[in-house]
Design a protein around this ligand. Structure first.
Ligand SMILES: Nc1ncnc2c1ncn2[C@@H]1O[C@H](COP(=O)(O)OP(=O)(O)OP(=O)(O)O)[C@@H](O)[C@H]1O
Length: 257
């Protein structure tokens, strides 16, 4: 995050390389020979229907899930042999279940700061995400938008060069959504990379530089939102959502869960 100015060193390695990844849960193959690259200064969206494997992919990327085949490199380091070092560079949005309901926003920020050797000044992150004025509010009494802002704030505490967010704008109003987008775009201009799982097509079109659509265990389309639309549209005016429906099935019958 650019709140604290860093020496301007532009990274040359891709922030993430997933190569030929296969992941099974028992005999259920969820990801099959999947490859994906995310570069510094890029917001990369992962789109897919419920239960298709987006969270599984994220969990493999940060070493929380073993996988069956393939390699995953973060900042040039293999996740299997460098997890601790990688986790110092990665900011992952915590699950809501990992928060303590009785702690205030400020206490939660303090707690998560203590996990890092050289965290950012959390009061500045709270300011940017408009949390400072409600810093004494307990987690258990936060609205959805306040909680989402806190989860994004927590992902930034360690001054990560690679940020991973799982549906950060689900269920929030347009004002909060715009604020979170602004923060993410600022991260991007600081040459940080963002992997963003989302169901929000507007989000994918507006803030993602590239998007990968996950379906039937594979990435079925990848590129800029414009490229994906151009390469997969059926009629001239098709939007990303229309193309997503063409590629992943438009009926509930095909739903995964
Ligand atoms: N621990 C687990 N054990 C067995 N199967 C699992 C496990 N976790 C996930 N799955 C299965 O793997 C598939 C992918 O789940 P995953 O949570 O990765 O999907 P998702 O795309 O993140 O879904 P959503 O959009 O609903 O959050 C689903 O069929 C799910 O039931």
């Amino acid at each position: 995050m650019s709140i604290v100015s860093k020496e301007e060193v532009l990274p040359s390695e891709p922030s993430l390389i997933v190569d030929n990844l296969t992941k099974n849960y028992a005999d259920n193959i969820v990801l099959d020979q999947l490859s994906l690259t995310v570069n510094p200064g890029e917001i990369h969206g992962i789109l897919g229907r419920n239960g298709i494997g987006k969270t599984t992919l994220i969990e493999c990327v940060v070493g929380l899930r073993p996988f069956n085949q393939g390699t995953i490199k973060v900042g040039g380091l293999d996740i299997l042999s460098n997890r601790d070092e990688i986790m110092r560079q990665v900011g992952i949005q915590p699950q809501e279940a990992n928060l303590f309901p009785r702690l205030s926003i400020e206490e939660t920020m303090q707690l998560f700061s203590s996990f890092y050797g050289d965290p950012l000044a959390y009061s500045e992150i709270m300011n940017v995400l408009d949390l400072e004025r409600i810093k004494n509010k307990r987690v258990k009494s936060l609205s959805t938008g306040q909680k989402q802002r806190l989860l994004v704030a927590l992902s930034l505490i360690g001054d990560p060069s690679f940020i991973i967010l799982d549906e950060p704008t689900t269920g929030i109003d347009p004002q909060v959504k715009q604020l979170i987008w602004k923060v993410l775009q600022k991260e991007k201009t600081d040459h940080n990379a963002i992997l963003l799982s989302t169901h929000n097509m507007e989000e994918a079109e507006k803030i993602c530089d590239r998007v990968s659509i996950l379906h039937n265990k594979k990435i079925v389309a990848s590129g800029t939102p414009k490229e994906i639309i151009m390469n997969n549209r059926k009629i001239m005016n098709d939007t990303l959502e229309d193309v997503f429906l063409h590629l992943t099935g438009s009926s509930l019958r095909g739903e995964i869960d």
